[in-house]
Ligand binder design. Structure first.
Ligand code: PLP
Length: 363
């Protein structure tokens, strides 16, 4: 890709000029385990309904901005009023909208790295000061320090399960943050469908006006290509997000696809359960590589965070010699020598372990 030339950079807003185009580090390979997508895809029994919904959608009409029927069905599913739901062009748009609405100079974000890099990116785009409360040994969040930092924050973001470490944020920690923070407490639950039942903090929405919960169709619901996410929050926070969003950001087609997924949501369960089961299997296979210097952390998501000696080189070998793409986090502070491996289908996971074993043995 052509870079930003100095001449063009000189024209940019200072906070934008500091950026480079986002690089998902994708390359064409046979086994894709790099972006936490659902490698099972749309369940075959849902595909025709989804295709019909998209075909029958009113392509010539602008979409209903807040997603009329999709919003109603999301509300019914989660047992909340539609006023508590806002849909977005992927969870990413909604995250950006949080910063547009609640960020900016003088509005501090508290975050808990290592975590999803997008929070820091969006914070910097709208000149939001960031207070980072780093995770401790083995990635446990320092809840006491977060609560202290939250006392002066406009927005606290915690990720549960966290990307890329895979751990849940403690539920009582969310309560303490909601009680301490004068601003918004956003819990990013992009991977919650892969976690043990009862892990969501959605049930606390009635108690805390400042709590917001983010969900997406990109992971468990296999619609990363469609770009639909949603937030559950108080009606006032939803209204604030609605005020800053691009009115037609979620297309008629994407709304139709997401609605079909909601209507057929039970059909996605077998793949989610298979991924949960194979997460355990992959984790114990990787655990068998401890003598080769591998370390694997427990995960409640559809990926595993692993530490391997010379991770960047291993990542290159996986891609170039085995046609397997995982995500390289080895240059992220706190994640030295770490790779993130998405749990794919059983045969894909087997290939990844076999390749890793042969690379680490120097074969
Ligand atoms: C994938 C992901 C999202 C949302 O992704 P979208 O595809 O934009 O819906 C949000 N948060 C985290 C932590 C993620 O990993």
């Amino acid at each position: 890709m052509t870079g930003i030339t100095p001449e063009v950079r000189a024209l940019m807003r200072p906070s934008a000029a500091a950026l480079e185009p986002y690089d998902p580090a994708f390359s064409p390979v046979e086994v894709i385990l790099s972006a936490n997508e659902n490698n099972y895809g749309i369940p075959p029994e849902v595909a025709p309904a989804l295709a019909k919904a998209v075909t029958d959608a009113a392509w010539n009409r602008y979409p209903v901005p807040l997603g009329g029927e999709l919003r109603n069905q999301l509300a019914a599913w989660h047992g909340v009023a539609p006023e508590r739901v806002v849909v977005g062009n992927g969870g990413d748009e909604l995250l950006f909208n949080f910063f547009l609405a609640f960020g900016g100079a003088g509005h501090a974000l508290v975050s808990c790295p290592p975590t999803f890099s997008v929070y820091g990116l969006y914070a910097s785009m709208v000149e939001t000061p960031v207070v980072e409360v780093p995770r401790e040994k083995d990635f446990a969040p320092n809840v006491d320090a977060l609560v202290e930092a939250a006392r002066t924050a406009t927005l606290v973001v915690v990720t549960s399960p966290n990307n890329p470490t895979g751990d849940l944020f403690p539920r009582d920690g969310v309560r303490r943050l909601c009680e301490a923070c004068p601003g918004i407490v956003l819990v990013d639950e992009a991977y919650i469908e892969f976690a043990d039942p009862g892990s969501t903090v959605e049930d606390m929405l009635g108690e805390y006006q400042s709590l917001a919960v983010l969900h997406t169709f990109s992971k468990a619901f296999a619609l990363a290509g469609a770009r639909v996410g949603y937030v559950l929050a108080s009606p006032a926070v939803v209204a604030a997000l609605a005020a800053v969003r691009q009115p037609y950001s979620v297309s008629v087609l994407d709304q139709a696809a997401a609605l079909a997924a909601v209507t057929h949501r039970d059909a996605f369960q077998p793949a989610v359960q298979a991924i949960r089961q194979d997460r355990g299997r992959l984790s114990s296979m990787l655990g068998g590589l401890v003598p080769l210097g591998v370390r694997v952390w427990p995960s409640q998501a559809n990926f595993l965070c692993v530490r391997v000696p010379h991770a960047h080189e291993v990542w290159c070998h996986l891609r170039d010699e085995h046609s397997i793409l995982v995500r390289d986090f080895s240059s992220t502070p706190g994640l030295e020598d770490c790779l993130r491996i998405t749990v794919g289908k059983p045969e894909e996971n087997d290939l990844a372990v076999a390749a890793l074993t042969s690379i680490l043995k120097g074969e």
